[in-house]
Design a protein around this ligand. Structure first.
Ligand code: F0G
Length: 454
């Protein structure tokens, strides 16, 4: 069959709310032209993030009822740890309330001022947690990963020669760990190949530097390897994940992505000494080692979710449905980061709105138009988020897991193409209020030309 269908039927539904264009104009004005400040109830299709926004399965909900809320030694933790260890294979599993808590603990223990942490591309919380301890976060993506229109099967790869050069330049003793983010979120949801992970590990081994994975979207990455890397088509996504994690010494994980849970995360390591230090920090801020920052029921949802995320029918649908959106709009000329990523489609707003200069926030302008046209919420990744340092102005349409059907996505395509038709009439914005850091969350803006009513 040609059609890839959702490999589930729907047992519980959540209504979504229509608003009129006039109402959305008023809502956007009241939100100072910043979609973070719009209430979720006034959004029809919410593509702000794929993090914690997925739908759980009947098996997850059933497991939640089995949650053991004991403070110490809960059965739910045993099930959680067994599920994590089966896939990831690391000796120590430290539960945290979400990915960034795992990052904070890892970098507090492993990094100090003056250290350098290489990664294919750091996610923003990862970078912030490294900088918080006074270390430097260095992105080393391959050259192809920095060109939106360029097609490459593993655009998330790390530049191995650049890694070798960096270690040589700053000295091995200043590099406490190397990280690989799978998939590479900030680089467009692009996968990392097994071959690249092996090459990175070889460099790490030679210099005796530990390798850690930022594993948030490991299942999607495994499926891309199955589809695209020679020698992997007959391996299961789980076998591929196991092979990849065996190359590392540990990982951080946000279970809000490929854990198919609404909250949760963990930190893994094979190092007994580090694990003891990490556990001490965990107790200080997250919780006792058998629950971390989570309830017993959260541990249960993740134990089941991690396994479901590796299901081949699910991954086939997941990757196909993201590509469906990307390929349809690209087919009509909309400039996207190619090829479509695993969890999101990124539109190149500078190419979409060439008449809006970066200083007038083309990404914000485009995201706002998609909201005005059809009640769709996306997020700018560009000049508002990163300031003048932004190399690109993109908007990300992140697809929550198992939430929207193909007709929702057909609607999103229609809205984007409507906006594409009248793109030359879209104007930029200027800032009226901004916070000293992470300004995109709270910034207030206004159109550069006053908007006429009606
Ligand atoms: N690493 C990556 C690659 C991520 O994408 C995220 C979160 C984190 C770490 C942090 O995990 O949110 O559980 O603390 N990404 C979300 C997003 C927020 O929208 O891409 P967290």
């Amino acid at each position: 069959m040609k059609t890839t269908i959702e490999p589930f039927r729907i047992k519980s539904v959540e209504p979504i709310r229509w608003t009129s264009r006039a109402h959305r104009e008023a809502l956007l004005r009241a939100a100072h032209y910043n979609l973070f400040l719009v209430s979720a109830g006034d959004v029809l299709i919410d593509l702000l993030t794929d993090s914690g926004t997925g739908a759980m399965s009947t098996h997850q909900w059933a497991a939640i009822m089995e949650g053991d809320e004991s403070y110490a030694g809960s059965r739910s933790f045993d099930r959680f740890r067994a599920s994590v260890q089966e896939i990831f294979g690391y000796a120590h599993v430290i539960p945290t309330h979400q990915g960034r808590a795992a990052e904070r603990i890892l970098f507090s223990v492993m990094c100090k001022k003056g250290d350098v942490v290489p990664n294919n591309t750091h996610f923003d919380t990862t970078r912030a947690n490294i900088e918080f301890v006074g270390a430097e976060a260095v992105d080393l993506p391959i050259a192809e990963g920095q060109q939106p229109a360029r097609v490459h099967p593993f655009k998330g790869n790390m530049d191995v020669a650049a890694l070798e050069e960096l270690i040589g330049r700053v000295g091995r003793e200043r590099v406490p760990l190397v990280m690989l983010t799978i998939t590479n979120n900030s680089g467009g949801g692009q996968p990392v190949s097994m071959e690249n992970a092996r090459a990175v590990r070889a460099v790490c081994r030679r210099h005796r530097i530990p390798l850690y994975f930022d594993a948030c979207r490991f299942a999607e990455n495994s499926y891309f390897i199955k589809l695209r890397e020679p020698g992997y088509d007959s391996r299961s996504p789980k076998q591929i994940a196991q092979e990849m994690f065996a190359l590392g010494d540990g990982c951080t994980m946000s279970a809000k992505k490929d854990g198919l849970a609404n909250i949760g995360g963990f930190l893994c390591t094979n190092d007994d000494v580090l694990a003891a230090q990490e556990t001490n920090l965990l107790i200080l801020t997250e919780g006792y080692p058998t629950y971390g920052g989570m309830a017993g029921r959260d541990l249960e949802a993740i134990a089941v979710g991690l396994q479901e995320a590796l299901d081949e029918d699910y991954l086939k649908y997941r990757i196909a449905s993201t590509a469906y959106l990307g390929n349809h709009i690209a087919g009509h000329g909309v400039p996207i980061v190619q090829p479509p990523g695993g969890h999101a489609i990124y539109i190149d707003a500078r190419a979409f709105l060439p008449h809006v200069p970066p200083a007038e926030f083309p990404g914000v302008a485009l995201a706002n138009e998609l909201y005005l046209e059809g009640g769709i919420r996306s997020v700018e990744i560009g000049t508002l988020m990163f300031g003048a340092a932004a190399r690109m102005d993109l908007i990300r349409l992140a697809i929550p897991r198992r939430v929207y059907t193909q007709s929702h996505i057909d609607y999103v395509i229609e809205v984007i193409l409507e906006v594409w038709k009248r793109r030359d009439r879209i104007q930029g914005l200027r800032l009226t209020e901004e916070a000293p850091f992470l300004r995109h969350f709270t910034a207030q803006l206004e159109p550069v030309q006053p908007v006429r009513a009606g």
